[in-house]
Design a protein. Structure first.
Length: 213
């Protein structure tokens, strides 16, 4: 059978001219997502499944902790007295355990240092009360003795600090916070020993004052 392609093309052209709404036939493919949804609904209806169970959560979920960087770093303070005051007065270290060398020696040393300073003043006060009114004691001489006592206390403090640093050198402690903690423990022990000495001084002076009365 012979088909006149030229005539068919001419007829199609004439048809397009006569019909402005004419559109060539286009092949429309189904939406794959819609097809999957339809198939899923079909399976649910066949097996009488009313809902899809949610994925089960694992029995154990590791806890995530956020490091607290807001705590004051007292170890960053270089000067001993200020570092001790930081540990003793900061609320961040209020729950410091006695066995925790990272904070406990500093807090205890702050208290011991205050007690030592009070005893030094008490010894000088007893000396004033006991010897100030005696004729055999020259006032300037008594003042010299009191100054010598204060200088001796200051020299003892310098000796304590250097001795404790030397002990860490001998024991081979590493440089860093650990060495600072061990040094502070040594300073605390030495200060407590010094407190016992000054308490003996005050006890002796108090007894002499009582005899004078």
């Amino acid at each position: 059978m012979f088909i006149n392609t030229a005539a068919a093309t001419e007829d199609r052209t004439m048809t397009e001219k006569r019909s402005p709404s004419y559109r060539p036939l286009q092949l429309v493919l189904p939406d794959p997502n819609r097809t999957q949804r339809v198939a899923l609904l079909f399976l649910l209806s066949v097996f009488h499944i009313t809902s899809i169970p949610a994925a089960e959560k694992p029995m154990y979920e590791p806890e995530t902790t956020v490091a607290d960087d807001s705590r004051i770093d007292c170890m960053a303070i270089g000067e001993w007295d200020s570092r001790e005051e930081c540990f003793a007065t900061s609320a961040d270290y209020a729950d410091c355990a006695d066995s925790d060398l990272r904070c406990s020696p500093y807090k205890k040393m702050y208290v011991a240092r205050k007690e030592l300073e009070a005893l030094e003043l008490q010894v000088a006060l007893y000396a004033d009360q006991l010897y100030g009114g005696m004729e055999m004691w020259d006032r300037e001489y008594l003042a010299d003795l009191k100054n010598g006592f204060r200088e001796a206390n200051a020299a003892w403090g310098e000796y304590r600090d250097k001795k404790c640093l030397a002990e860490q050198f001998i024991s081979g402690a590493s440089r860093g916070n650990q060495m600072g903690d061990l040094t502070e423990s040594c300073r605390l022990d030495a200060t407590n020993d010094r407190i016992m000495v000054l308490k003996r001084y005050t006890k002796t002076l108090a007894a002499l004052e009582a005899m004078d009365d």
